[in-house]
Design a protein around this ligand. Structure first.
Ligand SMILES: *[C@@H]1O[C@H](CO)[C@@H](O)[C@H](O)[C@H]1NC(C)=O
Ligand SMILES: *[C@@H]1O[C@H](CO)[C@@H](O)[C@H](O)[C@H]1NC(C)=O
Ligand SMILES: *[C@@H]1O[C@H](CO)[C@@H](O)[C@H](O)[C@H]1NC(C)=O
Ligand SMILES: *[C@@H]1O[C@H](CO)[C@@H](O)[C@H](O)[C@H]1NC(C)=O
Ligand SMILES: *[C@@H]1O[C@H](CO)[C@@H](O)[C@H](O)[C@H]1NC(C)=O
Ligand SMILES: *[C@@H]1O[C@H](CO)[C@@H](O)[C@H](O)[C@H]1NC(C)=O
Ligand SMILES: *[C@@H]1O[C@H](CO)[C@@H](O)[C@H](O)[C@H]1NC(C)=O
Length: 281
């Protein structure tokens, strides 16, 4: 360890008389998004004039920033176009890849000392496409059991799930089972939230609407009966009327030609509108 630090100080051009200060703070944890950018902020307390700053990744120098930051040199050829110096000392990495994760160190050299600042970069993908699957079951007594499963397209990207009702977390898992009593339950909005260190997604819905769906399924038989029986009945009634009127017309005296078409008042126009299934159960 010591030899490495000495080696690094030599690299940054320090003479043997310089002191190497220990890093004071534990590494600053930094989260980055795959394909996006991250900046390691650097605020230092060096009392003397800074001679240079060296940034290291996995203990290997990646960029050297001299007094004149415009003269910075990227020492890692693989990242030539992705490293950028911000405000003369902070380091920005663009188009992050998974290999960019791991420990980083800023090594600030003055004429007599070296200060070090450590970072630890973790890279994540944003969560995508939150979905809630539901399975609803209606009991004889009218209560309704709902099984809900919350999922994202990429759960392995450190996704965690939680369920909320009216802003209060009720469960910190993806699967939730609820009982809903139509009589004594008010309208409630449930929300599933999926999050990882770089993103969060949520989906809200009313539980009542799910149980309504079941009631409708249950009453589907009556809906079918409605939509077949009622029009048929109307048809029969209308036919009867038509038949009766025709019969009356046939018994009435005919016109001079004898084969004159039926007069308008003999025709019954019937319009059968499809009954609203909602009113039919
Ligand atoms: C970084 O990504 C952007 C957009 O995806 C692209 O236009 C640019 O060329 C990339 N830069 C490098 C250095 O790969
Ligand atoms: C740096 O180390 C991390 C683990 O700490 C590793 O995942 C990554 O591939 C390494 N990157 C380079 C460029 O060596
Ligand atoms: C950096 O963070 C990763 C993930 O949290 C952890 O496994 C690793 O030990 C940390 N490394 C250092 C040097 O703190
Ligand atoms: C419940 O599931 C059905 C399919 O089984 C779906 O059409 C509906 O959108 C779901 N409702 C909610 C609130 O997720
Ligand atoms: C209705 O039936 C279910 C299952 O049999 C039961 O768990 C629930 O407590 C019952 N609800 C009422 C209001 O009786
Ligand atoms: C959640 O429910 C789904 C389907 O209902 C099941 O495949 C999965 O194993 C359940 N997960 C947990 C943690 O119980
Ligand atoms: C989650 O979303 C909220 C509201 O949109 C936002 O304030 C918060 O920063 C987000 N958290 C993360 C980790 O993205």
């Amino acid at each position: 360890m010591i030899w490495l630090l000495q080696f690094l100080s030599l690299l940054s051009g320090l003479g043997p008389g310089n002191t190497v200060s220990q890093t004071q703070a534990p590494p600053l944890l930094v989260d980055g998004v795959l394909g996006e950018s991250v900046t390691f902020p650097l605020k230092f307390s060096a009392k003397e004039e800074i001679q240079s700053i060296t940034w290291l990744h996995n203990r290997t120098s990646i960029i050297f920033i001299p007094k004149d930051a415009a003269q910075s040199q990227v020492t890692d050829p693989k990242r030539k176009d992705r490293l950028k110096v911000i405000q003369s000392s902070s380091l920005q990495i663009n188009n992050l890849t998974m290999a960019d994760s791991g420990p980083y160190r800023a090594q600030i050299s003055t004429a007599t000392s070296v200060e070090m600042y450590d970072y630890n970069l973790s890279i994540f993908r944003r969560l995508r496409n939150l979905q809630v699957a539901n399975h609803t079951q209606l009991f004889e007594n009218g209560s309704c059991e709902i099984q809900l499963t919350c999922s994202v397209e990429n759960p392995n990207d450190h996704a965690s799930f939680r369920w909320q009702v009216a802003g209060n977390t009720i469960l910190e898992e993806a699967n939730l089972t609820i009982f809903w009593e139509p009589k004594d339950s008010s309208e409630e909005t449930y929300t599933c939230i999926a999050k990882n260190p770089v993103s969060n997604l949520s989906f809200s819905f009313s539980v009542q609407s799910l149980c309504k769906g079941v009631f409708n399924e249950k009453s589907q038989l009556s809906v079918i009966l409605c939509s077949i029986l009622v029009p048929s009945l109307i048809c029969i009634v209308v036919s009867l009327i038509v038949w009766k009127k025709k019969k009356v017309a046939a018994e009435a005296p005919r016109g001079p030609s004898g084969n004159e078409p039926a007069r308008p008042e003999n025709t019954v126009y019937a319009q059968v509108t499809h009954p609203n299934t909602g009113n039919c159960s």
